[in-house]
Design a binder for this molecule. Sequence first.
Ligand SMILES: [Zn+2]
Length: 274
Amino acid sequence: MSHKIENMNNQAPTPEKHDNHQEQFDAAWQKSSENFLVKGLKAGKKIEDLLTEMPGFKEAFSADSLLDHPDCCLECSDGRVVTSGVKVALAGEGILLGEADRKIFEDAIRGKNLPITGHEGCGAAGMAHPGPDSDSYGYEGAKKTAADTGNRYQEVYHESFRSQVHDERSLVIEGTLRFNCAGWSEFPPQFISSSAALGLSDAYIETEAKALTGIALGDHGLGERFNAENPFYLIVSAVDQDQLNRLMTISESAVKDFGDRVKVTGFIAPESTK
Ligand SMILES: [Zn+2]
């Protein structure tokens, strides 16, 4: 698994495909640089203080598992893919899972009647199966997961994406299964990894966090715009102090190779208001 991810990150850039996106990248960067949380973190403020000042913070947490929310979709971690506005996510809808983690994942979502969305231009599918047919490989994987777990399959194309470019400023390492950051408009554009919330292994959480951070910092994401002054943020959303400590440690290990272009932070989730 990990060598495939290395290959993906070492792929040559494709400037002819991305040059016409530079304006969109610049606009996305500018817009998210004005985000309250991004600005506050840059100014060195504490994340828990910033979040409690932001409208909708408590409401972004459901009372129960998002998997039981009637609008919940199981989607790729990719921040461009937000189909219903209620999202639980793994990279490539779980395409990078090993056998043991796949069993845990499938048991967690079995019989929930969730749409599981395969999507166009999936970076995780490209890691699992590099080449021109990576998307169809990804679609087949999501289709199989849906069939094996009693869920529904749905396909999502570029025209339905929330953003046409990878505009993610953060990766949410979600440990609560209650935080719907994708449906909270005040939150900066984000990748979501629900791996911790679904009970997957520390090794998988780390592998996925590294892969998604690599997309953000690479040629397909906001890339070179991230630096020590304007880092990409891994944001841990935890149920309690023990989980926060554990997920912060895993996250730090996942991004150590990216140096000061990435910062890890986190908070303990509020109780539900409902
Ligand atoms: Zn994807």
